[in-house]
Ligand binder design. Structure first.
Ligand SMILES: [Mg+2]
Length: 203
């Protein structure tokens, strides 16, 4: 096995909760008394462009909610959205020890809309652990497609075989595997620690 020099991590579902997933949207629908079907249909149409950095949070909210009058404000809804992001301390500790052992280049490859990504990077001080963020909102490409992984390899100038990619969704592991990266399907911090060990990464 070639020596691993580089680790690329998903963020949502691994070190933090997802930024704005179905579970959070369900909770928002209850809290703000939204028609779930209508909100969900509009979300499905509006989210890909938001996630890929082509539209802003305000445009996403205009498309999904504020195309008509609401009995709540944009600020109230945004505050709810941002508050959905929480840290998973155990897997964050694994990330932290890998990032600070001085042996590896550590970057993120994550799907996240711009405003949520910035909020998460700031709030959880993710710059302390990640040297670079290949986020869908910056790269304008999303997992599971290959492009975002090809950009990460090209920009960092890493051979795929020296890279491990970690993600909680099996489908997101298919493109990096095809490109020759080692992959880990994240399930919990303990399992991650032991799988890293099989790649020669002691944490
Ligand atoms: Mg994820």
């Amino acid at each position: 096995m070639p020596g691993i020099t580089t680790l690329f991590w998903d963020i949502g579902g691994v070190v933090l909760t997802n930024g704005w997933d179905r579970h959070s949207r369900r909770a928002a629908a209850t809290a703000f008394n939204l028609d779930w079907e209508e909100f969900q249909d509009r979300h499905d149409l509006a989210f890909p462009a938001f996630d890929a950095g082509h539209t802003s949070l305000d445009e996403y909210l205009d498309r999904t909610l504020f195309y008509r009058h609401r009995p709540f404000t944009r600020e109230e809804f945004k505050a709810f959205m941002l508050a959905e992001s929480k840290e998973f301390p155990e897997s964050r500790a694994v990330l932290r020890s890998v990032a600070h052992c001085g042996k590896y280049f550590v970057g993120a490859i994550n799907n996240e809309p711009l405003e949520l990504n910035q909020h998460r990077i700031e709030t959880f001080k993710l710059r302390e652990d990640f040297q670079v963020f290949f986020s869908s909102c910056y790269v304008h490409a999303r997992k599971p497609e290959e492009l975002i992984f090809r950009v990460a390899l090209a920009v960092t100038q890493r051979p795929a075989a020296q890279c491990v990619f970690i993600d909680d969704r099996p489908m997101n592991l298919e493109s990096p595997r095809r490109l020759g990266m080692q992959v880990i399907h994240f399930q919990n911090a303990e399992q991650l620690r032991s799988e890293l060990k099989t790649h020669g990464i002691e944490v």
